[in-house]
Every structure is written in structure tokens, then in C-alpha cells.
Design a protein around this ligand. Sequence first.
Ligand code: URA
Length: 433
Amino acid sequence: MTNTFSAVDVIRHKRDGAELSAAEISWVLQAYTRGDVAEEQMAALAMAVYFNGMGPQELTNWTTSMVDSGKRMDFSSVPRPTVDKHSTGGVGDKITLPLVPIVAACGAAVPQLSGRGLGHTGGTLDKLEAIPGWRAHLSNDEILAVLTAVGGVICAAGEDLAPADRKLYALRDVTSTVESIPLIASSIMSKKIAEGTSALVLDVKTGAGAFMSDPERALELATTMVALGRDAGLRTRAVVTAMDVPLGRAVGNALEVAESVEVLAGGGPADVVELTLVLARHMLELVGIDADPHVAIRSGAAMDSWREMIRAQGGDPDAVLPSARHIDTIRADRDGMVTRCDALAIGRASWRLGAGRQRKEDPVSPTAGIEVLVKPGDLVRQGQGILRLHADDAVQLDSVADFLQAHQSAPITIGAETEIINRLPLVMETVEG
Ligand code: URA
């Protein structure tokens, strides 16, 4: 490409509040992907977007250029309608694991190209890698083969899927420019548009454990992403859901796989089951499949799809999941009612036990994590277990246990039995495309 623009001019335009033209956006994102726009220049541009936002057309152009920075996947040969789900991430959010086989068992194809966890929220690939033998990295031909044979595949996104986002997301992470609605919306939607799914359900989390903790901002993010989907011809619907309290009981990789299998077997915590079914129903509705996901669980069809999907990626669905060398229980220091169970604090503690990573190249422990034994509204007796900590490193376990037992950092509050509890409803809003 000719050197049509100068990065300094593009940054100045955005800094001074102008809308960037389609040509400026296309140039800057392609040049950045090639390495012709320096990281510090892109950091300045991201900060200018952070402060000045983007107009709707400008954001559509930005997203299109992010998609065009790489290759699009092509699932047109798959004989079932394709539909995917994306969650903005939360503590104990293992919903993808039961959801993909359930929706596959109902007749749709789910191409779930996922990422790894960074910070206090876990990553789907990290969770599945707790299953002995399971492979996250598949070639494009393998992805297509598993999707066609099983109806669902969960794997790592290839290097050529929206590479501009890959670079920009890593840069935003270290320049404090993650929390910008246009940058988040374009980052998520560019990957989903490039993935080539025909329909998409977005689960936008809000509350203490979500990175969009304010419900109004979460709704704005949901609306912005749904509009980007519509502009790209992708049938998109969003739900805004609660992440003030961890989802389910299990937080941590192998623990979350075990809980997902419980859901597929017809059990599991009520909130995980409810959210899985809500999202499955939206996905099936978007692609016009009239099937009841609950029946797919009860009949065993969803469990069959899970086993097939795990086997197709080298995993052994019958293998015993790894377990931690050390387990410690935090106990209630009084009688009363649980009034608060802080998702962010529990996510961070699980991360410190080894379940998450600080830098993207760090390994994660498959076994570390936390079992959340009580939720707001539960009555507890002094000495009853409220959190069970799992770790391979005894020193790490003791240090996290001491931290959680200190009063100011306790993630669970026990109050009077008469106290009024303020909890967000699980499903707060639905945004139609
Ligand atoms: N997830 C993404 O993929 N991108 C963001 O910007 C934030 C969350």
C-alpha cells in the first residue's frame, strides 16, 4: 500500500475530536498490523479513541478494517446453520462448556473460537485443557471436520483471525485503554464476524466481577455490539447478565469442567443451568431451530455430543480430572445469613491460587481454584465451610487463605438473618438486532 496518510495526522485528528474517514482507518489498521505504524503511535490513537469515542459509521469502518486485517473462516459447507455465543467474561463463567454440546445436540453447528484467560476471569481453552489429551489448536480443516461431524467445536482462534485485534488488544492491556466501549465492541465483533458464524448471541456481564461493572455501560456495550452485527449482516442478539456473584459453585479450570459435566448429566447449580438454557434458547431461535435444549439434556443427547466433541479433539471424556495436592476450607466465623459473595474477590483469589495468568505466556494450573460453598441468602452456622481452596503449592494456598480470612479482604459477608440482600437478577436485559 502507498503511504497515503501519516500516523501523526491520524492521531491528531482523533485527538482533536474529528471522526476518522474510512480511508484513514483502513490505512492505520493495515499499517499497524504490518508493523509500519509504531506501537507508541497506536497507543496514542487508542487513548484518543478512549477519550473521544467513535461515531457509529466510524466504528463500523473500524470493525470492518479489523476483520480485513486477516482472513475470514468459511463454514458454508457445514450442513447445519451456524450460531455462536460470546461472553464478555466473568468469574465461574463456564457456560460455553455445556452450551456448545447442548446446542449441537439440538441441530445447530457451533464454531466456538475461544481465547485464554487473562486476569481474574478464566479462559475457556484453559478450562478444557484440564481434560487429559484435549487439544486446543486445530488446523482450519480439522475445525471444519469436527464442526461437521459433531456440530460443535471449541478451539483456539488461528493467528490470521483479525490479527489487528490481536496486536491492539495486547497493547490496550498495557496502556490502560481496555475499558472503552468502541474498542471493546470492535475487538469482540471483528473476531466473531471474521469467524463467519451466521448468528451470534452475546452475554454481556455486569456487576462487581465483570469488567463492565456498571449496568448502564454494559447495556451500551450490548447495544453497540448488536448494531455492529447488524451492519455486518450477522444476526445478533445480546443479553446483559449478572456477574456480582460467581456463577455456580466452581471457579478454576478442572473444577469448572467437572461442574459443566454435572449440568450435562442433568444436575449442576441452578444459576448455571438457567443461564445455559436461556442462551441456548436464544441461539436456537436465531437460526430458526424449534428444539427444547432441556430435552437435549434429559435425553442424554447433549452428553453424547460433549463426549464426541472432547474425543474428536484428542481428549478422554472418561479420564479422571486432575485434582489439587492441597485443599483448605475457610469457615464462617459466626452464625447468620450470607449477604455478599464478591465475584471479583473470589476471581482474584482463584487467580492467585494459580488458576489464572498474569502475562499471556504464563502457564495456568489445571487444578487450582475455589469452590464457593454458600451464596447470598444462605443461612450459615459458625464453623461451617464457606469456601474450599484448591492449590498445588502449599505456600500459595496458606497465603491466599490468610488473605481471605482477614476481615477487610473477606469475599463473603455474613450478616443478620433479617438483612435485605441486593442482588442483580440473573438476566437483566435483552437487546434484539
Ligand atoms: N474481550 C475482547 O475480545 N476484547 C476486548 O476488548 C475486551 C474483551
